[in-house]
Design a protein around this ligand. Structure first.
Ligand SMILES: Nc1ncnc2c1ncn2[C@@H]1O[C@H](COP(=O)(O)OP(=O)(O)OP(=O)(O)O)[C@@H](O)[C@H]1O
Length: 254
């Protein structure tokens, strides 16, 4: 049985500062996130991966305060979180089913629940016909979907996905956005992406980082409304993104 919810936000971060190497990659971010799909956007090096790694409890903040699921017991929190890292390590000799079951075991799921949870996660990412194939026989896009399956096997209350659509073909991306929408009804989903279309199609909230700072949080429509013809981009939301990170429309510049 799940304990009643006693917290206002699944993720509460106050004045977080996080080091990556010697650099302060996240520099004073205050951010509240509840259920729904939160798109984490920002230029290369903005601090997205560093923030996600911290939310996944892999990194410890240098200062500030982070509360996940209202709790302080790290082991309990970890059982209730799902995480797809940007660099996703896997065992090439495992089958899809064995690998997802292994993660279920790491999450301390009750043995009796594991087979059905594993099957459901595999079904949800469309890999039922490859469930008993070894990972080394799968394509890059399929491996990414295995990564998504292992992240959702425990029905996490906080789901962290670092560039989950990298390597997916267009049809898979569309299906993935539908899955995101489904997952966001029950969980707090944080998804980092460079694809503004993913955000427009599937996110209820946009979080924009630039140089380690939070420069925007709001709905995709609010982000789109922030852009003008003066800002770079091919769509309202891209122009809103450029406005938020103060990127003028200068053809040819990176
Ligand atoms: N292990 C490390 N050692 C030194 N610097 C690091 C390390 N990891 C990250 N950084 C630096 O910290 C900053 C934030 O990196 P991070 O990977 O969080 O950005 P990001 O927003 O995820 O970027 P991208 O969109 O390119 O994936 C960058 O300037 C990066 O060079």
């Amino acid at each position: 049985m799940t304990a009643p919810t006693t917290y206002a936000w699944e993720i509460e971060a106050r004045d977080l500062r996080i080091k990556a190497g010697r650099r302060m990659a996240v520099d004073g971010v205050t951010l509240m996130m509840g259920r729904g799909v939160h798109g984490l956007l920002g230029p290369n090096g903005a601090g997205k991966t560093t923030l996600i790694r911290t939310l996944a409890t892999v990194l410890r903040p240098a200062s500030g305060n982070l509360v996940l699921l209202g709790g302080t017991d790290l082991r309990d929190v970890r059982r209730r979180v799902g995480y797809l890292p940007q660099e996703f390590g896997h065992y090439r000799r495992f089958t899809v089913r064995e690998f997802v079951a292994y993660v279920a075991w790491l999450k301390e799921m009750p043995d009796r629940d594991v087979p059905s949870a594993v099957q459901r996660a595999i079904d949800r990412v469309g890999l039922a016909d490859r469930a008993d194939d070894k990972l080394k026989t799968l394509s890059g896009g399929m491996i990414r979907r295995v990564g998504i399956a292992q992240a959702i096997v425990n029905d996490p209350e906080v789901l962290l996905l670092d560039e989950p659509t990298a390597g997916l073909d267009p049809a898979q991306r569309v299906r993935f956005r539908e899955l995101l929408t489904e997952l966001g009804t029950d969980a707090c989903v944080v998804v980092s992406t460079h694809l503004v279309e993913d955000v427009a199609a599937a996110c209820t909230d946009v979080v924009l980082l630039s140089q380690g700072k939070l420069v925007f949080q709001g709905t995709p429509a609010q982000l789109a409304a922030a852009g003008t013809a003066e800002h770079a981009g091919d769509s309202p939301i891209e122009r809103g993104y450029s406005a938020a990170i103060a990127l003028p429309n200068r053809p040819g510049s990176w």
